[in-house]
Design a binder for this molecule. Structure first.
Ligand SMILES: *Cc1c(COP(=O)(O)O)cnc(C)c1O
Length: 383
């Protein structure tokens, strides 16, 4: 084994290469059809995503960010409405709220899963709360049983941010099938990644499906008659054609991620690093689809470890270095860093390691050995 072999965080060409001929064939069909918007590929992907999410409907749109925006528009979010969400997430979870004049209310996470803490969620509910956006972070469902109980009791709209988590589930019930809406992203690094931007809203509710479609097409019905002020957010036929090829292999991709996660867990737990790092926990077993494999690095060595890995050409990334409640653009909301202690701590400790489906066992071993090497060296230096 060549220990100096580079291990990328992601290798999109490696993932896509086996499907190359199928992509070209699918794209050629779209070229020849001349139907670049709507058309059979979009419809097929909508049905497939609904099937994966165990929902009745899927509505294609231009991105995962737009999926969240459209869900909130369809939910009737109004100026001043409060929407509870985690701060430890990607920006798009909360920006959709602000863009509609709503107020994101950031709450802390469960340190074990990195997902929103249902107790903190419940404590943040006020008269003005309209909706909740639980995020299924890194490929693992938030605690939806408890979240739905709380939200149902208070009559709140639930928009699941499943951008990273198509196929994730709790005892077989998938992400997107719990709340009023599920929002999926096809950004290239997601588990079902396209060749550009794309997104999907899934829902079980026929009326909500109709409203999402209305808002995604300029609120226009019939043509040139505008019922509401919508946006233009569609999924291209080209993108849908590519994604239809990829979704037919999504089972294999998920299995590859799960296999790599298991190998990491096994190798790391034999590595004697329990005092140095904490391993991720799959609370719902194989319901975790591992968009990221994220460890915590204790002490203040996280950035040093990242630099050490980079020097060995091993990819790693910090998701996310600055929680949303500490972002400049949200300063007017008046949060202090320490308001959400678990979120703050996570942002200082997390490091995501390569986990893409085609990653080989030998590569996982190189990553683990390199992490071991780093801590052995820093202990020697301290001694
Ligand atoms: C990627 C992502 C989004 C946004 O998806 P885009 O398709 O990039 O717009 C939203 N929320 C989370 C948690 C994400 O990871």
């Amino acid at each position: 084994m060549n220990m100096n072999r580079p291990v990328p965080l992601l290798d999109v060409p490696r993932s896509n290469a086996p499907m190359r001929e199928e992509f070209l064939e699918a794209l050629a069909k779209v070229v020849d059809s001349g139907r670049f918007l709507f058309g059979p590929d979009v419809k097929k992907l909508e049905e497939e995503c609904a099937r994966w999410s165990n929902t009745r409907f899927g509505i294609g749109c231009a991105s995962g960010s737009d999926a969240i925006l459209l869900a909130l528009m369809a939910a009737g979010l109004r100026e001043g409405d409060e929407v509870i969400c985690p701060s430890f997430t990607f920006f798009a979870t909360a920006s959709a709220v602000s863009r509609l004049g709503g107020v994101p209310v950031f709450v802390d996470i469960d340190p074990v899963t990195f997902n929103i803490d249902p107790k903190a969620l419940e404590a943040a509910i006020t008269e003005k709360t309209k909706a909740v956006i639980p995020v299924h972070l890194f490929g693992q469902c938030a605690d939806m049983d408890e979240i739905m109980t709380i939200c149902d009791e208070h009559g709140l709209v639930v928009v699941e941010d499943a951008a990273q988590s198509i196929g994730a589930n709790i005892n077989g019930r998938p992400a997107g099938a719990w709340g009023h809406f599920g929002c999926i992203s096809f950004y290239p690094t997601k588990n079902l990644g396209g060749m550009g931007d794309g997104g999907m809203v899934v829902t079980n509710d026929e009326e909500l499906e109709d409203r999402v479609r209305l808002y995604s097409g300029h609120g226009m019905r019939p043509r040139y008659y505008h019922q509401v002020i919508g946006i233009n957010s569609r999924l291209d036929s080209m993108q849908a054609a590519v994604l239809n090829v990829k979704i037919s292999y999504l089972d294999d991709a998920v299995a590859g991620r799960q296999r790599n996660a298991k190998l990491y867990q096994q190798l790391f737990s034999q590595s004697g690093l329990a005092n140095e790092i904490t391993l991720p926990v799959a609370r719902f077993g194989d319901g975790h689809v591992w968009n990221q494999y994220t460890i915590r690095v204790h002490s203040e060595k996280r950035d040093e470890l990242k630099a050490f890995l980079a020097e060995k050409n091993i990819g790693s990334e910090i998701y996310y270095p600055v929680p949303l409640h500490m972002q400049k653009c949200f300063q007017p909301l008046g949060y202090q860093a320490e308001d959400l202690p678990e979120t703050l701590k996570a942002s200082q400790e997390v490091l995501s390691l390569p986990i893409f489906p085609e990653l080989e066992a030998g590569e996982v071993k190189i990553v683990v050995d390199s992490v071991k090497q780093f801590f052995a060296m820093s202990q020697r230096r301290a001694a």
